[in-house]
Write a protein that binds this ligand. Structure first.
Ligand code: SF4
Ligand code: SF4
Length: 168
Protein backbone atom coordinates (compact mmCIF):
# COMPACT_ATOMS: atom_id res chain seq x y z
CA UNK A 1 0.00 0.00 0.00
CA UNK A 2 2.86 2.26 0.97
CA UNK A 3 4.49 1.70 -2.43
CA UNK A 4 1.28 2.56 -4.25
CA UNK A 5 0.98 5.80 -2.29
CA UNK A 6 4.58 6.70 -3.13
CA UNK A 7 3.94 6.13 -6.84
CA UNK A 8 0.83 8.32 -6.73
CA UNK A 9 2.72 11.14 -4.93
CA UNK A 10 5.53 10.89 -7.48
CA UNK A 11 3.26 11.12 -10.49
CA UNK A 12 1.01 13.85 -9.11
CA UNK A 13 3.56 16.14 -7.41
CA UNK A 14 7.15 15.28 -8.29
CA UNK A 15 6.81 14.64 -12.02
CA UNK A 16 5.10 18.00 -12.78
CA UNK A 17 7.72 19.67 -10.53
CA UNK A 18 10.50 18.17 -12.62
CA UNK A 19 8.78 19.15 -15.85
CA UNK A 20 8.46 22.69 -14.57
CA UNK A 21 12.25 22.87 -14.14
CA UNK A 22 12.67 21.64 -17.73
CA UNK A 23 10.16 24.19 -19.02
CA UNK A 24 11.93 26.99 -17.15
CA UNK A 25 15.18 26.16 -18.94
CA UNK A 26 13.42 25.97 -22.31
CA UNK A 27 12.51 29.62 -22.21
CA UNK A 28 15.83 30.78 -20.71
CA UNK A 29 18.51 32.30 -22.94
CA UNK A 30 21.04 29.51 -23.72
CA UNK A 31 24.54 29.87 -22.31
CA UNK A 32 26.12 27.94 -25.19
CA UNK A 33 26.77 29.20 -28.73
CA UNK A 34 26.09 27.47 -32.04
CA UNK A 35 29.82 27.48 -32.91
CA UNK A 36 31.19 27.79 -35.61
CA UNK A 37 28.09 29.45 -37.06
CA UNK A 38 28.10 31.96 -34.25
CA UNK A 39 31.28 33.17 -32.64
CA UNK A 40 31.76 34.83 -29.31
CA UNK A 41 33.56 38.15 -29.66
CA UNK A 42 36.90 38.00 -27.90
CA UNK A 43 37.83 40.37 -25.09
CA UNK A 44 39.57 43.57 -26.27
CA UNK A 45 42.75 42.45 -24.49
CA UNK A 46 42.82 39.09 -26.29
CA UNK A 47 45.98 38.50 -28.33
CA UNK A 48 45.50 36.27 -31.36
CA UNK A 49 47.20 35.85 -34.72
CA UNK A 50 49.57 38.62 -35.82
CA UNK A 51 49.05 40.94 -38.74
CA UNK A 52 51.26 43.58 -40.37
CA UNK A 53 49.83 47.04 -40.93
CA UNK A 54 50.22 49.32 -43.95
CA UNK A 55 50.12 53.09 -44.40
CA UNK A 56 47.03 54.57 -46.05
CA UNK A 57 48.83 54.59 -49.43
CA UNK A 58 49.37 50.83 -49.15
CA UNK A 59 53.10 50.92 -48.35
CA UNK A 60 54.31 48.68 -45.55
CA UNK A 61 54.86 50.13 -42.12
CA UNK A 62 57.52 47.61 -41.15
CA UNK A 63 61.05 48.90 -41.72
CA UNK A 64 62.70 45.65 -40.65
CA UNK A 65 64.42 47.30 -37.69
CA UNK A 66 64.50 44.06 -35.70
CA UNK A 67 63.18 45.51 -32.44
CA UNK A 68 60.27 43.07 -32.33
CA UNK A 69 62.64 40.13 -32.79
CA UNK A 70 64.89 41.48 -30.03
CA UNK A 71 61.92 41.83 -27.68
CA UNK A 72 60.55 38.37 -28.43
CA UNK A 73 61.25 36.05 -25.49
CA UNK A 74 60.47 32.96 -27.58
CA UNK A 75 62.84 33.80 -30.46
CA UNK A 76 59.91 33.32 -32.82
CA UNK A 77 60.57 36.15 -35.30
CA UNK A 78 62.97 35.99 -38.25
CA UNK A 79 63.52 38.74 -40.82
CA UNK A 80 65.78 39.83 -43.65
CA UNK A 81 65.80 43.44 -44.93
CA UNK A 82 65.82 44.92 -48.45
CA UNK A 83 65.23 48.29 -50.10
CA UNK A 84 62.13 49.01 -52.13
CA UNK A 85 62.06 50.88 -55.44
CA UNK A 86 62.08 54.24 -53.57
CA UNK A 87 65.17 53.24 -51.59
CA UNK A 88 63.17 52.71 -48.40
CA UNK A 89 64.00 49.87 -46.08
CA UNK A 90 61.50 47.11 -45.66
CA UNK A 91 61.39 43.39 -44.87
CA UNK A 92 62.16 41.00 -47.70
CA UNK A 93 61.54 38.10 -45.35
CA UNK A 94 59.49 38.43 -42.20
CA UNK A 95 58.36 35.25 -40.49
CA UNK A 96 56.76 34.39 -37.19
CA UNK A 97 56.78 30.85 -35.93
CA UNK A 98 53.44 30.53 -34.18
CA UNK A 99 54.47 27.23 -32.61
CA UNK A 100 57.15 29.08 -30.65
CA UNK A 101 55.09 32.21 -30.05
CA UNK A 102 53.57 32.59 -26.58
CA UNK A 103 51.33 35.50 -27.64
CA UNK A 104 52.84 37.81 -25.06
CA UNK A 105 52.45 40.89 -27.27
CA UNK A 106 56.00 42.16 -26.63
CA UNK A 107 56.62 42.48 -30.39
CA UNK A 108 53.59 44.76 -30.69
CA UNK A 109 54.78 46.87 -27.78
CA UNK A 110 58.34 47.12 -29.08
CA UNK A 111 57.46 48.19 -32.62
CA UNK A 112 58.22 51.91 -33.18
CA UNK A 113 56.31 51.95 -36.49
CA UNK A 114 53.04 50.48 -35.21
CA UNK A 115 53.50 47.83 -37.86
CA UNK A 116 52.84 44.59 -36.04
CA UNK A 117 49.69 43.81 -34.13
CA UNK A 118 48.19 40.79 -32.50
CA UNK A 119 44.64 40.51 -33.78
CA UNK A 120 41.54 38.72 -32.59
CA UNK A 121 41.87 35.71 -34.89
CA UNK A 122 42.10 32.39 -33.05
CA UNK A 123 41.09 29.87 -35.71
CA UNK A 124 44.42 28.87 -37.19
CA UNK A 125 44.83 25.23 -36.22
CA UNK A 126 46.50 22.97 -38.77
CA UNK A 127 47.93 19.49 -39.28
CA UNK A 128 51.29 20.54 -40.71
CA UNK A 129 53.97 22.17 -38.53
CA UNK A 130 55.29 24.23 -41.47
CA UNK A 131 51.91 25.95 -41.84
CA UNK A 132 52.51 27.65 -38.51
CA UNK A 133 55.41 29.68 -39.88
CA UNK A 134 53.57 32.79 -41.05
CA UNK A 135 55.23 34.84 -43.75
CA UNK A 136 55.13 38.58 -44.41
CA UNK A 137 52.77 38.02 -47.36
CA UNK A 138 50.34 36.08 -45.16
CA UNK A 139 50.37 38.66 -42.39
CA UNK A 140 50.17 41.88 -44.40
CA UNK A 141 46.69 43.34 -44.33
CA UNK A 142 45.13 43.55 -47.81
CA UNK A 143 45.15 46.88 -49.60
CA UNK A 144 42.69 48.50 -50.12
CA UNK A 145 40.68 47.12 -47.24
CA UNK A 146 37.82 47.86 -44.95
CA UNK A 147 39.35 49.27 -41.80
CA UNK A 148 38.29 47.83 -38.49
CA UNK A 149 38.07 50.83 -36.15
CA UNK A 150 38.38 48.53 -33.13
CA UNK A 151 41.88 47.33 -33.95
CA UNK A 152 43.56 50.46 -32.64
CA UNK A 153 41.26 50.49 -29.64
CA UNK A 154 42.33 46.94 -28.72
CA UNK A 155 45.95 48.04 -28.78
CA UNK A 156 45.24 51.04 -26.57
CA UNK A 157 43.32 48.92 -24.05
CA UNK A 158 46.22 46.50 -23.89
CA UNK A 159 48.65 49.36 -23.36
CA UNK A 160 46.63 50.65 -20.43
CA UNK A 161 45.81 47.34 -18.73
CA UNK A 162 48.07 44.74 -20.20
CA UNK A 163 51.52 44.03 -21.45
CA UNK A 164 53.36 47.31 -20.87
CA UNK A 165 53.63 46.74 -17.10
CA UNK A 166 55.13 43.32 -17.61
CA UNK A 167 57.87 44.68 -19.88
CA UNK A 168 59.20 47.00 -17.18
S1 SF4 B 1 53.74 37.66 -29.23
FE1 SF4 B 1 55.55 37.43 -27.93
S2 SF4 B 1 56.30 35.39 -28.38
FE2 SF4 B 1 54.89 35.91 -30.02
S3 SF4 B 1 56.18 36.75 -31.63
FE3 SF4 B 1 55.46 38.47 -30.40
S4 SF4 B 1 57.05 38.81 -28.85
FE4 SF4 B 1 57.38 36.76 -29.74
S1 SF4 C 1 57.45 44.93 -37.09
FE1 SF4 C 1 58.07 46.87 -36.17
S2 SF4 C 1 59.68 46.32 -34.68
FE2 SF4 C 1 59.41 44.58 -36.07
S3 SF4 C 1 60.94 44.88 -37.64
FE3 SF4 C 1 59.04 45.79 -38.39
S4 SF4 C 1 59.16 47.94 -37.80
FE4 SF4 C 1 60.70 46.85 -36.58
Amino acid sequence: MNEVLKAVVNSVIKTPKGLLVTLKHLIKKPVTLDYPKRKKPMAPRYRGKHYLERYDDGSERCVCCGLCAAACPADAIYMEPEENEKGERRARVYEINLLRCIFCGFCEEACPEEAIFLGQEYEFSDYDRNSFIYTREQMLVPHPRKDNPFKRMFRRVRKVYGVSDRIK
